[in-house]
Design a protein around this ligand. Structure first.
Ligand SMILES: [Zn+2]
Ligand SMILES: [Zn+2]
Length: 227
């Protein structure tokens, strides 16, 4: 698990005064606190006064005096709920991991968190998804995103890795390897099927892009063409 709590204690952006009138909710935002997910729906909250409390979010319980003595929904429980809503910490049942490609934080199921690699929505390609080879413009179909990096996979019949393959130079050597197929053109007779129609090919992730949608250039601008 990686620690996605703020590195220092912070206060959150206040909502407009009219939106939030409950003093506990106001303090939940305004006070400097840090929230650390512990798994199993438990969160550690370091308060502005340097006390550490534990919040059981699903049970709506906290170890602070305000909750223990008065049974109220204290500012710590509210703070945890706010940070989940704002995507700062994972909700119960989820764990924060790093995307294996771009290192952005992804929330994944606690049970599968150790079974990576995990990818963020932007980096992950799903089996069956059409992609374009940026080097040739060819349309390909994703078979799988693998656990391997381009500098770990040998190209069959060549004395080099996917990263060292001449047309792959310029893409990150530690890019995740994606297995793809060339789709068989419709109407192709059996004798016209070429080896490339039935073989799987290994590509560095950055060489593949989702087919462009009008007005959506994000995939292009995020990963500029190699020099
Ligand atoms: Zn509390
Ligand atoms: Zn990513």
């Amino acid at each position: 698990m990686i620690d996605t709590a703020a590195s220092g204690k912070v206060s959150l952006t206040p909502l407009a005064e009219t939106e939030e009138t409950d003093p506990r909710s106001q303090r939940a935002r305004a006070e400097r606190m840090s929230v650390t997910p512990l798994g199993g729906g438990l969160y550690e909250v370091e308060s502005q006064s340097d006390n550490t409390y534990f919040v059981d979010l699903l049970g709506s319980r906290c170890t602070c005096p305000d909750h223990m003595m008065r049974g109220v929904r204290c500012k710590h429980i509210r703070r945890v709920a706010i940070e989940i809503n704002e995507g700062r910490v994972p909700p119960p049942g989820k764990e924060a991991v790093e995307c294996a490609r771009c290192e952005s934080v992804v929330f994944v199921d606690e049970k599968t968190a150790a079974a990576g690699p995990h990818f963020c929505d932007r980096c992950r390609l799903e089996p069956g998804e059409p992609v374009v080879d940026r080097a040739t413009g060819d349309l390909l179909v994703v078979v799988a995103m693998t656990d391997y990096r381009a500098n770990q996979v040998e190209v069959p019949g060549r004395d080099c890795t996917v990263a060292e393959y001449p047309t792959n130079e310029g893409y990150p050597a530690d890019d995740p390897v994606v297995e793809v197929l060339y789709p068989i053109p419709s109407g192709l007779r059996p004798e016209q099927v070429e080896p490339r129609h039935v073989r799987r090919y290994s590509f560095p992730r950055s060489r593949l892009q989702r087919p462009g949608r009008p007005g959506n250039q994000s995939e292009l601008s995020d990963f500029p063409e190699p020099k």
